[in-house]
Design a protein around this ligand. Structure first.
Ligand code: PNS
Length: 161
């Protein structure tokens, strides 16, 4: 059975943890649409277009992965993409409460769309975009946490490094 999924997030910026999940998700699902949330209320370091471009660069070799941005409710984005599954990554117990709340809310909004969780690989289970920005700002070593082109984009955006 062919199952299409969406993998949503802010991706500010995309990390090795996200990329690992996209790769593993692309093996399980017939098509995986990475959805970059375009939420003007969030104070992002990178624009929606920049976040999108970095993910495209990171996933260009995976044929069944596409990358788009969305402004709508996640369930409407999933339905509009023809996907019945929302893929999410779980790193640690600390992710659980928020993810549970979002998955139950999304189920209330659209009961035919299922949220499926995959555990982050242990190698990346501590990596977060928020910490990556802080490390970049303070000049720390990032090469095992983000691809080289993301590190370069961070250096350009945070010249204080
Ligand atoms: O990477 P993030 O910031 O944890 O991703 C959060 C995201 C984009 C998945 C969430 O904010 C979202 O689903 N936004 C779309 C708007 C929406 O549907 N809100 C209700 C979700 S319960």
């Amino acid at each position: 059975m062919k199952i299409k999924a969406v993998y949503p997030g802010s991706f500010d910026p995309v990390t090795c943890g996200h990329i690992d999940l996209i790769r593993r998700g692309s093996v399980i699902f017939s098509e995986l649409v990475v959805g970059v949330a375009d939420n003007p209320r969030k104070n992002h370091l990178f624009t929606t277009e920049e976040r999108l471009e970095l993910i495209i660069e990171a996933t260009h070799d995976i044929p069944n992965v596409t990358v788009v941005s969305f402004k709508s409710l996640l369930v409407d984005f999933a339905a509009g993409s023809g996907a019945k599954v929302i893929l999410k990554g779980l790193r640690a117990v600390s992710d659980f409460d928020y993810e549970l709340q979002m998955s139950l809310t999304n189920r209330r909004l659209a009961s035919d769309i299922e949220t499926v969780f995959m555990m982050a690989s242990e190698e990346h289970s501590f990596v977060s975009s928020t910490l990556i920005k802080e490390i970049a700002e303070l000049g720390g070593e990032l090469s095992s946490m983000v691809p080289g082109f993301v590190e370069r984009a961070l250096k350009k955006r945070l010249p204080g490094r």
